[in-house]
Design a protein around this ligand. Structure first.
Ligand SMILES: NC(=O)C1=CN([C@@H]2O[C@H](COP(=O)(O)OP(=O)(O)OC[C@H]3O[C@@H](n4cnc5c(N)ncnc54)[C@H](O)[C@@H]3O)[C@@H](O)[C@H]2O)C=CC1
Ligand SMILES: O=C([O-])CC(=O)C(=O)O
Length: 354
């Protein structure tokens, strides 16, 4: 029995992570394994952990065997979330921190900080309508990150991502801690949606679908590259247009369905956990970890752009190019640039005048 378990753990390690079954076991063998030096200790913080995204994200990160310490921070409510999630018998130790006085403790020693803090949309609002409130929240949290865990990777979920990532970059530049390899706008939900919608239309198994989504994270700045989708099902141009539009409007679809009770939380928590896991695998030296993310970029004339990114021990190892685009995608790319440019400039201006 013990031999079988050790073999399963070794197989998981070769894949980069112990299996979920191994992770959730409380066997003495597993405890010895986790206390050995073979699995790096990784502290992960969720800022905004008592919120609609924060709570299910805390749960999913608690299930991730790559996490050894899970730090849950919010302005209020985190002791309860931490007590609840902390009873789950997986590897990480959970701590809850509430209020600015505890932000230092929440952040010190972090390898990865995930930020889903801030207000969500209501029907009729754009993501940019959240700027006035969320820009300040992101600015103050990033100021604390620069102080207490300047080397952590940062996964920015708070909207408008097209502006909050440039704000974070400016805050880190001012604090002289900026490393473009360590700052990520989380656009994974766009990829998750593109895969789901495509699989439904093309009638292919969703688990097999791969499709890059580039640009940014709002409306037409979200550009799925269905010309590069695998497996290819040769859909009609009209179908590709409709799938593109549905991916671009995916967030609004959820906002309207929730009718005033917020925006995507559960699918976002899933997407955030997926991206955080990829970042941790990269940090741990797992080869060939590639995900789409909104990062500092020179693949277009825009200083921030979402595309496929290879993740490694220092964060971004390589920003991958766009690859060949269809005429429809080329048009979409040109159409998104002015909006994305102005969202980036708005973020930079905010950070430098306040
Ligand atoms: N990147 C993406 O794909 C997505 C981004 N979002 C964005 O994520 C953000 C959060 O959404 P929800 O969780 O639904 O909102 P929510 O309102 O349910 O939760 C937000 C949490 O942030 C906390 N918070 C506010 N100020 C804070 C501060 N200074 N420090 C720490 N925590 C603070 C609140 O107390 C609350 O618990 C929104 O801006 C939303 O637009 C949502 C879905 C997808
Ligand atoms: O639409 C929103 O406001 C939340 C979001 O970013 C998404 O669901 O993609």
């Amino acid at each position: 029995m013990k031999v079988a378990m050790l073999r399963s753990i070794q197989a998981s390690l070769r894949r980069g992570a112990p299996s979920a079954a191994a992770a959730s076991s409380s066997s003495p063998v597993l405890r010895r394994y986790y206390s050995s030096e073979s699995t790096p200790e990784r502290k992960v913080a969720v800022l905004g952990a008592a919120g609609g995204i924060g709570q299910p994200l805390a749960l999913l990160m608690k299930l991730n065997p790559l996490v050894s310490k899970l730090s849950l921070y919010d302005i209020a409510g985190t002791p309860g979330v931490a007590a609840d999630v902390g009873h789950i018998n997986t590897r990480s130790e959970v701590s809850g921190y509430a209020g600015e006085d505890q932000l230092r403790q929440a952040l010190e020693g972090c390898d990865l900080v995930i930020i889903p803090a801030g207000v969500p949309r209501k029907p009729g609002m754009t993501r940019d309508d959240l700027f006035n409130i969320n820009a300040g929240i992101v600015q103050s949290l990033c100021t604390a990150i620069a102080k207490y865990c300047p080397h952590a990777l940062v996964n920015m979920i708070s909207n408008p991502v097209n502006s909050t990532v440039p704000i974070a970059a400016e805050v880190f530049k001012k604090a002289r801690t900026y490393d473009e390899k360590r700052l990520f706008g989380v656009t994974t939900l766009d990829v998750v949606r593109a895969k789901t919608f495509y699989a439904g239309k093309a009638n292919v198994p969703v688990a097999k679908v791969n499709v890059p989504v580039v640009g940014g994270h709002a409306g037409i700045t979200i550009l799925p590259l269905f010309s590069q989708v695998t497996p290819s099902a040769n859909l009609a141009d009209e179908d590709i247009k409709a799938l593109t539009k549905r991916t671009q409007d995916g967030g609004t679809e959820v906002v309207e369905a929730k009718a005033g009770k917020g925006s995507a939380t559960l699918s976002m928590a899933y997407a955030g956990a997926l991206f955080a896991d990829a970042c941790l695998k990269g940090l741990n030296g797992v080869p060939d970890v590639v995900e789409c993310s909104y990062v500092q970029s020179s693949i277009t004339e825009l200083p921030f752009f979402a595309s496929k990114v290879r993740l490694g021990k220092n964060g971004v190892e390589e920003v991958l190019g766009l690859g060949p685009l269809s005429d429809f995608e080329k048009e979409g790319l040109e159409a998104l640039k002015p909006e994305l440019k102005s969202s980036i400039e708005k973020g930079i201006k905010f950070a430098n005048q306040s």
